[in-house]
Design a protein around this ligand. Structure first.
Ligand code: CS2
Ligand code: MG
Length: 402
């Protein structure tokens, strides 16, 4: 089999998505996601100008060699743009393999380790009462694990909390908007929020919380310690992770489990975090982490150190990544949990798919390949629109970590 054609589709059914479609001489095609929130066109151009010409004529079954060719052969390694582009190719090739062999991708990765994928969703509110109402709503939908975020008293707006009615979407159209941040206000408030949540919903519900990298290690240590009585499933992205040994400080102060890595793109972002057992869950996912070929090795390495996966699954990861993630989650031993932030109906219509949600669990379906398609005629109706993640500033104007 040979790759005969490939093209990039950029569409914006409510938000931007970059999709690579690779076609073969046997009429089988594969899809890969290359969406990089707020930087979408850089991946689209990287693929179109620098990658597609190099893969035409290659055997789509050679996923390992093509991965190494794009990673080592480029000289310029790593980085979110490069690794998202490599991921788009890799995931599309595994989709082709599955279709050619008439089997779901999870069977090519190790087969089923479980029948379903445990998922967590988001509950948000402008204050504690609204957050509690949203948790009740999410529980009604069947979720048994819920990430809880709330507006912070004293701050006029907070990332992740919708400004108006409706659910939040990480990127906003137009130029970046600005949000307020105060670590002091935040640290005073969050333990009280979780005390109320446990009081209202009891011990059984799994609770998660995302700090969005805004704390120093010692501040994160304090928060983790104060949250210990509420037994969180995890505290996410407590501190920026460029300095991996910063997590040692957090670990020394708290037994609250730590998840990190949605911005990682290579094992070298997480190597020390994993091998020193400073984290419990790795969030680096297929689209930004080089696809199945790289993540399979990373997950196997993490397994040696009791680290489990907890893939990023916000709406800026397209249904192609959600489908791919569910195959991966199904087939690896050290799966932990999968983030689930449902896409809009508009997005789902552009990407018809076989995966399914029921009672807090996700199912990859058993269609050959990934079980996801791209309706190109419909996609054309939603042209790209510039959109960014917001910027966060401290009350004195200092720009925050994201
Ligand atoms: C968040 C996301 O889902 C998460 O855990 O951190 O909202 C994240 O900010 C966006 O996906 C960034 O693109
Ligand atoms: Mg996050």
């Amino acid at each position: 089999m040979k790759i005969v054609n490939a093209h990039v589709n950029v569409t914006s059914p409510g938000r931007n998505f970059v999709t690579l479609k690779i076609e073969t001489d046997e009429g089988i095609f594969g899809l890969g996601d290359g969406t990089l929130n707020g930087r979408e066109l850089s991946v689209a151009t990287y693929l179109t100008q620098h990658v597609i010409p190099c893969i035409i004529g290659r055997d789509p079954f050679q996923t390992e060699d093509i991965w190494q060719y794009l990673y080592r052969g480029a000289y310029w390694r790593r980085g979110p743009v490069t690794m998202s582009a490599i991921a788009a190719v890799d995931v599309a090739l595994w989709d082709i393999k599955g279709k050619a062999l008439n089997t779901p991708v999870y069977n090519l990765l190790g087969g089923k380790c479980r029948e379903s994928v445990f998922a967590y969703c988001h509950a948000t509110g402008k204050d504690t009462d609204h957050a509690l109402e949203d948790i009740a709503r999410q529980k009604e939908l069947g979720y048994k694990a819920i990430r809880v975020q709330s507006g912070i008293p004293g701050l006029s707006n907070t990332y992740g909390i919708p400004k108006g009615p409706g659910r939040y979407e990480p990127a906003e159209r137009g130029l970046p908007s600005e949000y307020e941040w105060s670590t002091e206000h935040y640290l005073r408030y969050i333990p009280k929020l979780f005390a109320r949540v446990r009081e209202a919903f009891g011990e059984e519900l799994h609770l998660l919380h995302d700090c969005h990298h805004r704390l120093t290690p010692i501040e994160a240590g304090r928060l983790g310690k104060e949250l210990e009585p509420f037994h969180l499933f995890w505290m996410e992205d407590p501190t920026p992770a460029e300095l991996q040994e910063g997590f040692k400080v957090i670990r020394e102060h708290t037994t609250t489990p730590i998840a990190v890595g949605e911005v990682f793109n290579s094992i070298w972002d997480a190597h020390d975090l994993i091998s020193n057992q400073w984290i419990d869950y790795l969030r680096m996912t297929l689209v930004h982490g080089g696809g199945f070929t790289h993540l399979k090795k990373v997950a196997d390495f993490a397994a040696l150190y009791h680290v489990r996966t907890g893939f990023h699954g916000a709406t800026d990861l397209s249904p192609v990544t959600m489908a791919a993630s569910l195959h991966f989650d199904t087939a690896i031993h050290n799966f932990g949990i999968q983030e689930h932030m449902p896409h809009t109906d508009e997005t789902n219509a552009v990407f018809p798919h076989n995966y399914d949600f029921k009672d807090g669990l996700l199912f990859p379906g058993d269609a050959p390949g990934l079980g996801v398609d791209l309706n190109e005629a419909l996609a054309e109706k939603y042209p790209y629109q510039r959109a960014y993640l917001p910027i966060n500033r401290k009350l004195d104007g200092t720009l925050c970590d994201w």
